[in-house]
Design a protein around this ligand. Structure first.
Ligand code: MF3
Ligand code: CO
Ligand code: CO
Length: 284
């Protein structure tokens, strides 16, 4: 979205006084508070919600078609067609040179797997499909895991516990908590279950751009990092590994991130609005 348009919205829909006062109070206490430009105004929240509805529709549509033997390119086709048919745009396509409309990350691939005609889904695979939709300049970002055919109990446990990590992260995303509280909650739980947490990638502010401030690490310390203020929209998207936390990037495509030890990884993502009394999932 263009700066001039944003400035017009900010002028028309200023941040409420009691929120500005609370932020000032926290700033004086030495807390890291967001810039007001990170606080979404009512019309913007409406726009992100509408993008979220389509993004959820895309993931539902993908879920209906996932089957053994299909290629990840076919998933890309479904995402591209559904998004276009609903008057929206796939954010990944051409984003920093990314070549496809969606990310499809299978088994040991942590994220940013590139759809391909050469990769068929095999019985027993677990796959993350990560979609980001732009509608009228507003972004919504979410991902889900899908089971392909008969999946081992071990893989199912990783997928379900990773989903729980996202839920725990969402619970911690309360107004005037911090980004560190989210990472703390997620990493404590994941480690307790014997898993590791990817550190190099994380959630992010989202709304009028794909990746905005703050960076939302999935590890962290209680009370550290940026304060969460009503009006902020962030993603939480834990990447949880069955083995060690270390990841590697594919040197040939420069996108695909995999676990260094080759063990499985799972991820779930939602776009979350911080509200006065908690939060709202905009991609449900
Ligand atoms: N959707 C991813 C995220 O959750 C980002 C993908 S970037 C892409 O932040 F270029 F690979 F699409
Ligand atoms: Co995403
Ligand atoms: Co994201």
């Amino acid at each position: 979205m263009e700066r001039v348009e944003l400035e017009r919205i900010w002028a028309k829909e200023p941040v409420e006084k009691h929120i500005l006062e609370k932020m000032e109070e926290l700033r004086k206490e030495g807390k890291m508070v967001p810039d007001v430009s990170l606080l979404k105004r009512p019309s913007m929240i409406q726009g992100i919600k509408e993008a979220g509805v389509i993004n959820t529709g895309v993931l539902d549509e993908v879920g209906k078609h996932i089957r053994v033997g299909m290629t990840t390119q076919e998933i890309d086709d479904i995402v591209a067609e559904y998004t276009k048919a609903h008057g929206a745009i796939c954010a990944p396509l051409n984003y920093e040179g990314y070549p496809k409309s969606v990310c499809t990350s299978i088994n040991e691939v942590v994220c940013h797997g590139i759809p391909s005609r050469l990769r068929k889904l095999h019985d027993g695979d677990i796959i993350n499909v990560d979609c980001t939709t732009i509608l009228n300049g507003y972004y919504a970002d979410a991902s889900r895991m899908f089971y392909v055919g008969n999946v081992s109990e071990e893989r199912k446990r990783l997928v379900e516990e990773t989903k729980h990590c996202l839920e725990i992260g969402i619970e911690a995303a309360k107004p005037y908590n911090t980004v560190g509280d989210i990472g703390y909650a997620i990493s404590q739980y994941a480690h307790k279950k014997g898993y590791s947490v990817v550190r190099e990638l994380g959630g992010h502010g989202v709304g009028t751009d794909f990746h905005e401030d703050p960076f939302v690490a999935h590890i962290g310390k209680k009370g550290k990092g940026m304060v969460l203020v009503p009006g902020m929209v962030i993603t939480i998207e834990p990447m949880i590994n069955a083995g060690k936390a270390a990841v590697v990037i594919d040197p040939y495509d420069d996108w695909t991130i995999s676990t260094r030890d080759g063990k499985d990884s799972a991820q779930w993502e939602h776009t979350i609005l911080i509200t006065e009394n908690g939060n709202e999932i905009l991609t449900d």
